[in-house]
Design a protein around this ligand. Structure first.
Ligand code: SF4
Length: 245
């Protein structure tokens, strides 16, 4: 493999991985078909770039960041390029992160087995039965498998950081209570208020969102650390404590 279907590169970010600086590499293409995708412009098309060019970018980032985060699109849809770039990133002493929809657990398995990833942020977009109403994903068994792999890797310290991310709209706001049942108490969770054109009818108001979050993060029933994102605000909630900024 000498090329990847490339979508873009951000030199510096401090938001992809808590307490870490990173560059972000975007892979073109994703088959998940989420109705709300923010990156629709990179879901299809071809823009093949030599991996040597990408490695030069990564090397150029090295003095300024701690990690390279692979994002997209869905990077696990280009497994050979992903593998080679992760291996290169580790070889020059940088940490690695992966944003994924979890549709390719076999790839995640190999990357974990070979210690090529330090951080994973996995999307759980809805309750399993609600996936078909938000996405083109009809069978969620692969995502369940990815979730299990990541939980196991997190518990055995193969992953330095693991986070489950859910972006909410009207169609899945109440799903946060169902998703809660899939997640053990020892992992991190992020819930983001989704932004989409008002005419879609899918926008949740700030009041609706915060009402649901208030119920979900009740300190007496909350079991794990939860980060809540709404526009430019980030709130962190912890079990058995009041909400804190
Ligand atoms: S998984 Fe991510 S990149 Fe793919 S369609 Fe959904 S939101 Fe877009």
């Amino acid at each position: 493999m000498t090329e990847m279907n490339y979508a873009g590169y951000i030199d510096f970010s401090s938001i992809e991985w808590p307490d870490h600086t990173s560059s972000v590499l975007f892979f073109r293409g994703c088959k998940a078909g989420c109705f709300y995708c923010y990156n629709k412009h990179i879901l299809a098309g071809d823009n093949y770039v030599s991996l040597d060019v990408i490695k030069d970018k990564i090397n150029g980032s090295k003095p300024f960041v701690e990690a390279i985060v692979m994002s997209g699109g869905e990077c696990t849809e280009q497994p050979d390029a992903l593998y080679e770039l992760l291996k290169y990133t580790k070889s020059i002493g940088l940490k690695t992160g992966l944003y994924t929809n979890g549709c390719n657990p076999d790839i995640i398995f190999v990357l974990l087995k070979e210690n090529l990833i330090d951080m994973i942020s996995l999307d759980i977009k809805a309750t399993w039965e609600n996936y078909p109403s938000l996405t083109a994903i009809k069978d969620t068994s692969s995502i369940k498998k990815s979730l299990s792999l990541c939980i196991m890797a997190s518990r055995t310290n193969k992953l330095e950081y693991f986070n489950v991310n859910t972006t909410v709209f009207k169609s899945n706001l109440s799903d946060i209570f169902g998703i809660d049942l899939y997640l053990p108490s020892d992992i991190n969770q992020t819930i983001t208020k989704g932004i989409i054109k008002p005419e879609s009818g899918e926008c949740v108001s700030d009041e609706e969102f915060m009402y649901a979050i208030k119920e979900y993060t009740d300190p007496y029933i909350l079991t794990r650390p939860v980060t809540v994102k709404m526009a430019n605000q980030i709130h962190k909630y912890f079990p058995c404590s009041d909400a804190a900024m």
